[in-house]
Write a protein that binds this ligand. Structure first.
Ligand SMILES: [Zn+2]
Length: 297
């Protein structure tokens, strides 16, 4: 793993998200888990060697951030935003998360297949939250502070984890660093607000959901790319292009590569990004997809 500060470590070079941990005076805190089973099992072993894991926090419900929770069960307290909890490993029309996780094994983690139980066993006990919150929450863990800030947009339950003592923030997929952005299940207006909120933090290190660690200035790059996408599809709608024509003609595949191991997903991402924005910008109501955070149940 790559050392970001005295206390922060992250892994940006394997398939899946950037699983990370922060050392505190009483033990480490994990932020997102490796998607690949052997990496998840290894991370638990390595981090437990440092000290008892105090918390496992997930920044969003997408499978590449949560699938590995299974291998941390019983090791720590798992904490999720309500929006993550409600969507944890839920099968959506655009993606079956369990299938998608298995898809990665032959190429990226052949030995991992032996660690994955059948679907029924997995779903019976996945490593879901012990603590569920809405809004923001602050965890004081030994000599470090973790502000879990609700920053919806990429997903409804999206959070940023701000560690002021390290001048660092973990953004999950609010930032795709040097790799293409998945926005087909997102509310881009909320996402821009999320970037504003993170910009107000006093930080030097931005640990993204995917790709290399960045300085704070990268927030502007992510904002510009979201606005470019929106503007291009808005222009297509203004020209009267159909959904199909928009998907055909609006494409940012040349701008950034897809993150490690998912290169074959480029067309899928481009088509769904364009289609989702077209749907939002032509919707009969002003309620954008997905709808705002559901009420707490
Ligand atoms: Zn992700």
């Amino acid at each position: 793993m790559e050392q970001v500060t005295d206390r922060i470590w992250t892994e940006t070079k394997v398939r899946g998200c950037n699983p990370s941990f922060v050392e505190t005076s009483i033990g480490p805190v994990i932020i997102d888990t490796p998607q690949l089973p052997t990496k998840a099992a290894a991370m638990r072993r390595d981090v437990e060697a440092i000290g008892p894991i105090q918390y496992l926090i997930n920044t969003e419900h997408h499978v590449d951030h949560i699938f590995g929770n299974y291998w941390f069960k019983g090791a720590t307290t798992i904490i999720h935003h309500q929006g993550v909890h409600e969507r944890f490993m839920t099968v959506f029309p655009e993606l079956d998360p369990f299938e998608y996780a298995l898809e990665a094994l032959p190429t990226d983690d052949p030995e991992g297949a032996a660690l994955v139980p059948d679907r029924e066993t997995y779903y019976a006990d996945m490593g879901t939250a012990d603590v569920v919150f809405s809004g923001d929450v602050t965890l004081k863990v030994g000599d470090r502070t973790f502000h879990l800030l609700h920053t919806p947009g990429h997903t409804p339950g999206q959070i940023a984890v701000y560690v002021p003592e390290e001048r660092a923030v973990f953004t999950g997929d609010t930032i795709f660093s040097e790799c293409t952005t998945w926005l087909m299940t997102s509310n881009v207006d909320q996402w821009i607000e999320a970037l504003d909120r993170i910009r107000a933090l006093d930080v030097d290190h931005v640990i993204p959901g995917h790709g290399p660690v960045q300085p704070k200035s990268y927030l502007a790059t992510q904002r510009a790319f979201l606005l470019e996408w929106t503007s291009a599809v808005a222009t297509a709608v203004a020209k009267g292009w159909s959904r199909e024509e928009t998907i055909e003609r609006v494409n940012f595949a040349e701008r950034y590569p897809v993150d490690i191991g998912q290169e074959y997903m480029m067309d899928y991402i481009q088509e769904r990004n364009a289609g989702a924005l077209w749907d939002t910008l032509t919707a009969a109501t002003t309620t954008t997809y997905p709808a705002k955070e559901p009420p707490v149940r």
